[in-house]
Structures are given as structure tokens and as C-alpha cells.
Design a protein around this ligand. Structure first.
Ligand SMILES: [Zn+2]
Length: 240
């Protein structure tokens, strides 16, 4: 018998719904309708949606997973994840994960302001607790949303550790999942992995890439499907 090698599609979203007044559409905005179509397409193609505890279990024991599963993730914790995405997810029974940069909780996306992306609100603590209540786990996207390849070793460790501690103090549970801002895992991957383990993370995500296969995927450098409104999900899911 072949060893089980389940496939997990980790989808990476940013903003669901329209921009704020005065903003403008970019590739990182997806309408509620298209978001719902993408989730329905996954279900139609036999992907089971995982919540975070089930995903962790699958990392440790791939045989616990179905042949095809999906984990829905959001980077930056935009407030529209709560107001626009969550109602769709509740209706379809889809859990997920939101990665938040802790310095910006209750603030704005100032790390990519200056014309790159429109201003958007980041969830406040009440918003984050509401996401958690409905099955969307809140995990770390660093403290200040830096490019990790620009950090000193001390800054690198601080970004991992302080964000984890801040979230754990408010959420009242352990935070063990990380997403690198910009998918930038630093210049020395051995160092990055050592730091993740030292600080107490179980897994970390990059940005972009394809469907991952367990157990061969590197849990500290998990690829994700970068989702936009024109993403051809069927070809992105192409069986390997
Ligand atoms: Zn980000």
C-alpha cells in the first residue's frame, strides 16, 4: 500500500468586498460573489475545509487528512474579513485563519500606504475575537509587517516573539502559526526555521506557490495559492 500523501490547498486572501470610500480596486480586492464562487468551486471539486486544529493534526499525522483539503487564510486581518468574508464563510460552513501584524490591530495598513494600496482598516481586538468565535483563528503576521530579509537577528526574533505573546495574552490560548509578510522568510532559512522553533511556532506560511503535499511539504515554509479576482483556481489546483 502506498503511504498516504494528502494534498492541502492553502489559499491566501487579503481583502474581500469593495474598497473604503476614497479607495480604489486593486488585485488584492475580491468581491464577495467571487470569493463565494471560489469556495464553492473547492467544495465541488472535493476539497474538505480544515480548521486550524485539524490542519495541525494533519501536519503531524497526514493520514488523518482526506485526500484533498483546503485551508482558507487571510493576511493582514482587514476589517472586511469580518464584515464581508465571514458572513459567506458562516453560510458555507467554512473555517479559516487570519494572520494579523499586531502593531496595527485597530489601526490602518500603513506599511503599504503611500499609493501602493488604498487605506484600509485593520480589525480591532473586538473584531478579532468575533472572527475567533466563528471559527476563524487569529495567528501571527509579525509585529510591524517588515520584510524579514532586512532584519537583524535580534529584530527577527522580536517580531516572532512579541507578536505571539501579544496575541496569546488577549486570546487566552497558544498562537503557533505564522505567515511571513510579503512571503519573505529572510536570507538564511536555517536561521529562520531555528527561530520559529525556538519561539514556539509549529508552522509558517510563505506567499504564493502551489498546493502542498504532506508529509513532504516543509511545515516552516508552506506554499500558498495567492488569490485574486481573476485567479484560475482550477488550473492552480491541478493535481500533481
Ligand atoms: Zn501582509
Amino acid at each position: 500500500m502506498n503511504p498516504p500523501s494528502p494534498q492541502v490547498a492553502i489559499l491566501s486572501y487579503h481583502k474581500i468586498g469593495p474598497p473604503l470610500p476614497g479607495g480604489w480596486e486593486t488585485w488584492y480586492y475580491i468581491s464577495k460573489q467571487i470569493f463565494e464562487q471560489q469556495l464553492r468551486l473547492l467544495a465541488e471539486r472535493g476539497y474538505e475545509f480544515l480548521d486550524l486544529p485539524r490542519f495541525y493534526r494533519g501536519l503531524d499525522d497526514p493520514s488523518s487528512l482526506p485526500a484533498k483539503s483546503a485551508l482558507i487564510t487571510f493576511d493582514d486581518a482587514y476589517r472586511n474579513n469580518l464584515t464581508a468574508a465571514l458572513p459567506v464563510m458562516i453560510r458555507l460552513g467554512v473555517p479559516g485563519v487570519v494572520f494579523v501584524p499586531t502593531n496595527y490591530i485597530g489601526g490602518m495598513n500603513v506599511w503599504d500606504s503611500g499609493g501602493q494600496e488604498p487605506d484600509e482598516e485593520i480589525c480591532d481586538w473586538n473584531d478579532l475575537l468575533n472572527l475567533e468565535r466563528y471559527g476563524v483563528a487569529v495567528e501571527s503576521h509579525s509585529v510591524s509587517h517588515p520584510s524579514f530579509s532586512t532584519l537583524t537577528p535580534e529584530q527577527h526574533e522580536m517580531e516572532l516573539r512579541r507578536s505571539k505573546e501579544t496575541l496569546e495574552a488577549k486570546l487566552g490560548r497558544t498562537v503557533e502559526f505564522f505567515a511571513y509578510p510579503y512571503g519573505d522568510a529572510g536570507n538564511d532559512f536555517a536561521f529562520s526555521e531555528t527561530m520559529l522553533k525556538k519561539v514556539g511556532y509549529r508552522a509558517a506560511c510563505l506567499y504564493g506557490g502551489g498546493v502542498v503535499t504532506l508529509p513532504s511539504a516543509d511545515r516552516f515554509r508552506l506554499e500558498r495559492l495567492a488569490m485574486g479576482p481573476d485567479s484560475d483556481l482550477i488550473s492552480m489546483l491541478a493535481e500533481k
